[in-house]
Design a binder for this molecule. Structure first.
Ligand code: GLA
Length: 412
């Protein structure tokens, strides 16, 4: 009887976690071309910035030589506008011959030789969002096999120019085809964006079974308004989104735009902090050749990254929304630790926010606080009031742990 129950239970768990490709057990990290470089194909007059193999090898050089790879930023991802306007004589996608003269396999080798991975982009519709050849239903198996033959490591599958029926058939079909290709390929699905982002149209349980990550919401742009709109949407819908995230299956609020032109340093810290709280994929879309040291140090913040990459993979939540414009976010982490973010939506001077860990649902006891961006440490009693000074549109981020010598057991 015990055996029967066990067999039944394991059959059930297989059914619940169908996408066992073993990939992306923590949120994937790397670099993605789209937000910063868009569909710039003008290599004649803008050779440094056009979508070409040089752009990707330049970024790979920076990732491997400037300390990014060691921190986990390993994916180098091509987005739209990489392909030729025509498929080849065998019906396969092919890169634009002038902009990618070495072909994709050579680019993949370039990444692998440096301990990096290569991602590519396709679209389930008749054409991609920018009008390049799409991957309609009858081309899905061919394209999955082509990407595997090229030794690509990740696919972003977009949904422009497709209808609901094609999406319903195509996203699962691509998941199956990638698995059947014989190569582990991380699978990013843009499906929810094309289904108005929320249940009942979006079935997040099914997405977790098909995809490693999914774009829930609209495109990020290089502005604070855009970042704030994304933060609002994700935390306003946290009760829908938190339960579906976990190792191998992530909500994706879109790229990090830190290092571009739209965010102040405070706003950049806010994006980094809240993407860590959300257990979000960390794909930078910036120019690593010219990035400022300030932006680099935010993106390379070891504690923010380790919070993002916590092995439990539990997505954090907003726990306080004050009338004053202060919000508090919390994420449970391994080793009885947690992360707290104090965020100010105000428009004036740094705001002195007073609270206590007790009021933030911690028990009374002693905690060790590590301030993620100032790197200062202090001890704090759960019952003691404290004040944090939060710059407007900025954050204070803490890693909260229980000192080993005082570890009194389970806190949550
Ligand atoms: C859509 C996606 C973006 C990007 C563009 C490319 O808008 O959401 O992330 O891939 O298409 O055309």
């Amino acid at each position: 009887m015990v055996l029967v129950v066990l067999v039944f239970a394991s059959a059930l768990s297989v059914a619940t976690f169908a996408l066992e490709n073993g990939l992306m057990r923590t949120p994937p990290m790397g670099w993605l071309a789209w937000e910063r470089f868009r569909c710039n194909t003008d290599c004649d007059s803008d050779p440094q910035n056009c979508i070409s193999e040089n752009l990707f090898t330049d970024m790979a050089d920076r990732l491997s030589e400037d300390g990014w790879r060691e921190l986990g930023y390993v994916y180098v991802n091509i987005d739209d506008c990489w392909s030729s306007m025509e498929r080849d004589e065998k019906g396969r996608l092919q890169p634009d011959p002038e902009r990618f003269p070495g072909g994709i396999p050579k680019l993949a080798r370039y990444m692998h030789d440096r301990g990096l991975k290569l991602g590519i982009y396709a679209d389930i519709g008749s054409v991609t969002c920018e009008g390049y050849p799409g991957t309609p239903l009858d081309k899905i198996e061919t394209d999955a096999q082509t990407f595997a033959d090229w030794e690509v490591d990740m696919l972003k599958f977009d949904g422009c120019h497709s209808n609901a029926t094609e999406q319903e058939q195509g996203y699962p079909l691509m998941s199956k085809a990638l698995k059947a290709s014989g190569r582990p390929i991380g699978y990013s699905c843009s499906w929810p964006v094309y289904q108005d982002c929320l249940p009942p149209k979006v079935n997040y349980t099914q997405l977790g079974e098909l995809c490693n990550l999914w774009r829930n919401y609209y495109d990020i742009e290089d502005s604070w308004d855009s970042v704030q709109g994304i933060i609002d949407w994700f935390f306003d819908h946290q009760d829908v989104l938190i339960p579906v995230a976990g190792p191998g299956r992530w909500n994706d609020p879109d790229m990090l735009i830190i290092g571009n032109f739209g965010l102040s340093m405070d706003q950049s810290r806010t994006q980094m902090a809240l993407w860590a709280i959300m257990a979000a994929p960390l794909f930078m879309s910036n120019d690593l050749r010219t990035i400022s040291s300030g932006a680099r140090s935010i993106l390379q913040n070891k504690m923010a990254i380790s919070i993002n990459q916590d092995p439990l993979g539990i997505q954090g939540r907003r726990i306080v929304k004050e009338k004053s414009g202060i919000e508090v976010f919390w994420r449970p982490l391994s080793n009885n630790a947690s992360a707290l973010v104090f965020f100010s939506r105000r428009n004036d001077m740094p705001y002195r926010y007073q609270t206590s860990l007790r009021r933030l649902n911690y028990t009374t006891g002693i905690y060790k606080i590590f301030d993620v961006f100032t790197e200062k440490t202090m001890m704090l009693k759960g019952s003691t009031d404290f004040v944090v000074s939060v710059n407007h549109t900025g954050v204070v981020m803490w890693y909260v742990s229980v000192p080993a010598e005082l570890n009194l057991g389970q806190f949550y």
